[in-house]
Design a binder for this molecule. Structure first.
Ligand SMILES: NC(=O)c1ccc[n+]([C@@H]2O[C@H](COP(=O)([O-])OP(=O)(O)OC[C@H]3O[C@@H](n4cnc5c(N)ncnc54)[C@H](OP(=O)(O)O)[C@@H]3O)[C@@H](O)[C@H]2O)c1
Length: 254
């Protein structure tokens, strides 16, 4: 249950090793989040991050196994386990995702399907039981890391963009379905963020940092927003780009 000041007390992160997620959790712990569950493909590698969070004031930090490619039953069991042992969870942060190899995914059906499964269907299968649990407890925020690339997929990374567009649409619809239940869904649309995911790539205009995205997430949770862009100016950039005619859009250097 969020405390008297509205701060998050407990958080479950799906994709617990994500740099954006860890930056967010660090800021949450500074503010008084006391229980953190980091669910990731290789939970042992998160031991240093867990120790850092404990040193910063978290009472309980757990690292559990989670793979978006696991089946529906494994996802349901993980969610049951976490909510069963920790009770109320105030925030579920869905951060897992892969950029993938666009050139390969555009021409190799297996690669394209793997990208869509990790970024979309695999996460949907974990989000549904989380949403059910949040609804049963009557409060909480489900925060989903989407991207501006999902708002209008670009030729250069449309498989990733399409997978995130699916996730974004699912999260929006779920948020509408849960309106009035006490559960909120926050869709986060960062632009280019300097993390492992973008290492070696040329930074896009308005590139930002995990810490800045973390601030946008925390502000979004506090304000009850449905959607946040990081940086906020991307909202206006995208509202223009969304309407650029396709013959022109496909010639833009991006
Ligand atoms: N960086 C950007 O420019 C940017 C922009 C917009 C949106 N985003 C989104 O923000 C989210 C976090 O990305 P990030 O920038 O923080 O990059 P990151 O540090 O690479 O985080 C991505 C995380 O996803 C995890 N992951 C990948 N495949 C998985 C799977 N099958 N099951 C479970 N976890 C899996 C990775 O785990 P491993 O450690 O096991 O590889 C990694 O911890 C992603 O959803 C991404 O699409 C990023």
């Amino acid at each position: 249950m969020r405390d008297a000041l509205g701060d998050v007390q407990s958080a479950l992160v799906l994709g617990g090793g994500s740099e954006i997620a860890l930056a967010t959790v660090r800021k949450l712990v500074e503010r008084r989040t006391r229980t953190v569950v980091l669910a990731a493909r290789r939970p042992d590698e998160l031991t240093p991050a867990a120790e850092e969070l404990r040193a910063a004031g978290a009472d309980t930090v757990e690292c559990l196994g989670f793979d978006a490619e696991d089946g529906v039953e494994a996802h349901a069991a993980l969610v049951d386990d976490v909510f069963g042992r920790h009770g109320d969870i105030d925030l579920v942060l869905v951060a897992a995702g892969v950029l993938g190899d666009q050139e390969r995914a555009a021409s190799d059906a297996r690669a394209a399907r793997a990208l869509v499964e990790t970024n979309f269907s695999g996460l949907v299968s974990a989000i549904v039981p989380c949403a059910e649990r949040l609804q049963a407890q009557g409060h909480g925020t489900l925060c989903v890391l989407s991207t501006v690339a999902g708002e209008r997929p670009r030729r250069s990374n449309f498989v990733y963009g399409a997978s995130k567009a699916g996730l974004d649409a699912f999260a929006q619809g779920l948020g509408d379905r849960l309106a009035g239940t006490g559960v909120r869904v926050l869709v986060v649309r960062p632009g280019f963020v300097h993390t492992r995911m973008t290492e070696g790539l040329d930074a896009a205009p308005l590139a930002t940092t995990p810490e800045k995205v973390a601030e946008a997430i925390i502000d979004g949770i506090a304000s009850g927003a449905d959607t946040v862009w990081a940086p906020p100016a991307l909202r206006y950039v995208m509202s223009v780009l969304r309407h650029v005619p396709r013959p022109i859009f496909r010639r833009l250097p991006m």
